[in-house]
Design a protein around this ligand. Structure first.
Ligand code: NOJ
Length: 738
């Protein structure tokens, strides 16, 4: 634990009144006042349940004013704000905190910078498909440079919730289904956000979320319970949060869900034993929005006061917007129902971060001038374009007239269909609150800028395929290009889907186009894996573009016309049917692995295999693997393989290394990702790719929760994706394990 600021923290604690202490624990969002008499939440509900129209909602919002509760701020009753993304407002409030409160303690401004602030990069699930920690760090740094210029001190990111269930809308916000990838992704983002020195004006503290296992919500329904074995929690879900803390993340957000019956917001085991005692975390915890109060709904607290007491005693430092701390803690401490020592510990955690951010010496880390110069710089746009290109995954590319359909030749006449092809705002994806849709380049704009002649038809009118409109354009084109998928509201928070197929009307449009017997390219914009068997069948080529961010159209044109060679690979399995969810590559075998005979583990009505497996992705060139070798070093296996680019153009191949513990005392996954590398190969070039896999990383938690590495046979799988690998087996002797 860093002791650097402890004396100053203690000095402040000695001076603080109870009210001031509780105030430090309060994070407010600006409330909206003025034009309506109901709360903002109620107003939102009114719009969603149809009592008012979207237009009425927008009109009311337009006349509303933000209330920052400045009187409370002056009284030392606010320690932090959430959701303020402009330097002028932040500095104005900071000035009140620093010059008008009794102790002059600066405010902390938190904001959701999930995939870029103004320069929006691909959604995290997409960016993870680049399998490139160095890229993740660079885009994190860019986000920090912009966000801090707008007054942000802390981002509620990275989200490292492993999710194996594509029904869960928030799978879009993380790195997919694999534990190793989620940890590497998260650690890289932490480094990018925080930089080398947290007190630098362009560094922001990372708040890792959502601790823990939020991505395992039962049935993929958001906020739902999580009930799992301790072994699974420790092996599959906890490591990414730990990786972020080891990378230096200074804050962590407990999740909305319960784990085995105890909501994370009041889960002392999680927040104290695991986080503080086992992992040595000395940063701050901040609740999810309203989550402490929601412990009453969970049914673990009788009322808001009890929820506040439980959360504080469990180790929750800051209350994000539920107001239960400010309403109750003073009284609870005075009456002896909550220990003042617990309150002091929470205040200390928050003050420590404020000191580390340098806020006591430089409370105003930015100004309007810096903000106006900081956004959407050309170098940021080019990084966003690089990230978008690297995130896209080529799922299918069949031959048309003798050669692969993609990349397209500029001489081909193309006809573009689908509203997503011309949409700018849809390109940002979920959770891009600092974004301006107009900043995005749509596909049709990018095609125009590239000087490509094309026709454009939305193709769907009033919920029906507009056959008249598609007829002429499709008939006159050489290649048909259709944009399909999900709108940005269809993934992200509170956007779970029980059916993850493409909407039927879009399928009808695709079928209508396929009937022209011309090559069809499907471009997919979506925030989660979808069931694509019908798309795969009808299309000649399929490119997964996700929600690619501000440079969407440019990145697409780069790939479609071959300026760039696609290299992304999926970090989440694309199931055949929604009913297979959760579906993931690292599954267990069962005693009756799925097969042809009746009494095996399978469904009667869907194939066993996914449409696209984890790790899958094509390129405009192709690669061959040979000579997989496993050697033993002192404490690790050295795995090597030769990879050759056997096509006619340069490319980057993501080489994946999985392992299976063949026979252990507990059931182990059929394959588990242990290492990967992205290698650039010129046409015809061959390279040897090597991985070191320490014996120590081959273990698991046994029945008694002891981490063990067993001797015996291990099978290594190295290849292009989780189901296309070479394999070789090796014996780890008992004497070699340690
Ligand atoms: C709720 C979300 O779960 C969380 O991810 C986000 O950071 C907070 N709201 C704050 O906006």
């Amino acid at each position: 634990m860093s002791r650097k600021y402890e004396d100053r923290i203690q000095e402040l604690l000695n001076k603080m009144t109870l009210q001031e202490k509780v105030g430090q624990l309060r994070q407010c969002g600006p409330s909206l006042v003025g034009a309506f008499e109901v709360s903002f939440e109620e107003l939102l509900d009114m719009m969603f349940d149809g009592r008012i129209t979207q237009e009425e909602f927008a009109r009311l919002m337009g006349t509303a004013k933000q209330d920052f509760r400045e009187d409370d701020l002056r009284d030392g009753r606010i320690g932090s704000y959430n959701g303020i993304g402009d330097a002028a407002t932040a500095n104005r409030l900071q000035k009140i905190a620093v010059t008008e409160t009794r102790l002059g303690i600066p405010l902390l401004f938190g904001y959701d910078v999930i995939h870029g602030f103004r320069t929006v990069t691909p959604i995290p699930l997409a960016e993870s498909c680049a399998w490139e920690p160095e890229l993740w760090e660079r885009t994190g740094r860019m986000a920090a440079e912009e966000a801090t210029a707008a007054g942000v001190h802390m981002t509620f990111a990275p989200m490292v919730d492993v999710s194996k269930d594509a029904r869960w809308g928030r799978i879009s916000e993380g790195a997919g289904e694999d534990t190793l990838l989620a940890g590497l992704y998260g650690a890289a983002k932490v480094r990018g956000f925080q930089g080398d020195d947290l007190s630098a004006a362009d560094s922001m503290a990372a708040c890792v979320k959502h601790f823990a296992a939020y991505g395992a919500a039962e049935a993929g329904r958001d906020y739902n319970r999580v009930d799992m074995s301790m072994q699974r929690l420790w092996e599959e879900y906890l490591p990414p949060y730990k990786a972020c803390i080891e990378a230096g993340a200074r804050a962590i957000m407990p999740a909305f869900n319960d784990i085995n019956g105890v909501p994370c917001s009041v889960n002392e085991w999680l927040l104290k034993e695991v986080l503080r005692e086992k992992w040595g975390f000395d940063g701050m915890t901040v609740s999810d929005a309203n989550a402490i109060a929601e412990c009453v709904n969970h049914g673990v607290a009788r009322d808001r006061a009890e929820a506040a007491a439980l959360a504080l005693e469990a180790g929750m430092d800051m209350d994000m917007t539920s107001e239960v701390y400010i309403e109750n803690l003073e009284k609870l401490v005075t009456e002896g129902q909550v220990k003042e020592e617990s309150l002091d510990r929470a205040v200390a955690d928050i003050l420590r971060i404020k000191f580390e951010l340098g806020l006591f010496d430089h409370p105003y880390r930015t100004d309007e001038e810096r903000q106006s110069r900081a956004m959407l710089k050309p170098k940021y746009r080019s990084l966003a374009r690089e990230a978008a290109v690297k995130s896209m995954v080529l799922l299918k590319n069949d031959a048309a007239s003798g050669e692969m359909l993609l990349p397209l030749d500029k001489s081909k006449k193309i006809a573009v269909f689908g509203e997503l092809a011309s949409s700018k705002s849809e390109m940002t994806g979920a959770w891009a609150i600092g974004a301006e849709g107009n900043d995005c380049v749509s596909l049709t704009e990018a095609l125009e800028a590239e000087g490509i002649l094309f026709t454009y038809t939305e193709g769907i009118c009033n919920g029906k395929v507009d056959r008249g409109a598609i007829e002429e354009n499709a008939a006159n084109a050489d290649v048909l290009l259709i944009a399909m998928g999900e709108h940005k509201e269809e993934s992200g928070e509170a956007a779970s889907r029980a059916d993850i197929s493409i909407p039927e009307v879009q399928m009808k449009l695709l079928e209508a186009l396929a009937a022209f017997s011309k090559p069809v390219v499907v471009l997919l914009f979506n925030g989660r894996p979808l069931t694509l068997s019908r798309v795969h069948e009808k299309a000649t080529a399929v490119l997964e573009a996700w929600h690619p961010g501000v440079e969407a159209g440019n990145a697409l044109v780069d790939i479609l016309y071959g300026k760039e060679n696609p290299s992304g690979k999926l970090t989440a399995t694309f199931p055949f049917a929604s009913g297979q969810c959760p579906m993931y590559y690292a599954h267990m075998n069962t005693g009756r692995p799925g097969g042809k005979s009746k009494f095996t583990s399978k469904y009667l009505d869907t194939p066993l295999e996914p449409v696209y497996p984890f790790g899958y992705g094509l390129s405009y060139t192709s690669y061959e693997y040979r000579d997989l070798k496993i050697e033993k070093k002192e404490k690790a296996f050295l795995v090597s393989v030769y990879v050759k680019n056997v096509g006619s153009r340069a490319g980057e191949e993501i080489v994946q290394c999985y392992v299976q513990d063949k026979a252990a005392k507990r059931v182990r996954p059929v394959k588990l990702l242990k290492a990967f590398d992205k290698v650039r190969l010129e046409a015809g070039e061959e390279k040897q790719v090597c991985f070191t896999v320490p014996f120590e990383e081959l273990g698991y938690y046994d029945w008694n929760m002891k981490y063990v590495v067993e001797d015996g046979e291990f099978v290594f799988y190295v290849g292009k994706n989780s189901s296309d690998c070479l394999n070789a087996s090796v014996i780890l002797e008992r004497s070699e394990r340690r």
